[in-house]
Design a binder for this molecule. Structure first.
Ligand SMILES: [Zn+2]
Length: 86
């Protein structure tokens, strides 16, 4: 677990090593020196130094699913399933 402080809004958020490893694999930069951690509050990207971090191997299938889910969310938001009344 890594605690990151957003450079923009100064909020602290947590990143899992696994999340970073998967993110780097998704970016195609497994040997990058920095990881662009996205702030859940303001969505700014904060550079996180990976120096000295031991990252686990990426779980590729999960990354693909997450990316697909993100793409789906990027489109128009669909309303939740309406409860059926009879
Ligand atoms: Zn922020």
């Amino acid at each position: 677990m890594i605690i990151v402080t957003c450079y923009k809004c100064k909020r602290k958020f947590n990143l899992e090593e696994q999340e970073i490893a998967d993110g780097l694999a998704h970016l195609g930069k497994p040997n990058a020196k920095y990881y662009p951690g996205r702030c859940p509050n303001c969505h700014a990207q904060t550079k996180i130094s990976l120096k000295g971090l031991k990252l686990p191997p990426p779980t590729t299938p999960l990354v693909v699913e997450a990316a697909a889910a993100e793409e789906a969310q990027a489109g128009e938001s669909t309303p939740e399933e309406a409860p059926e009344g009879d």
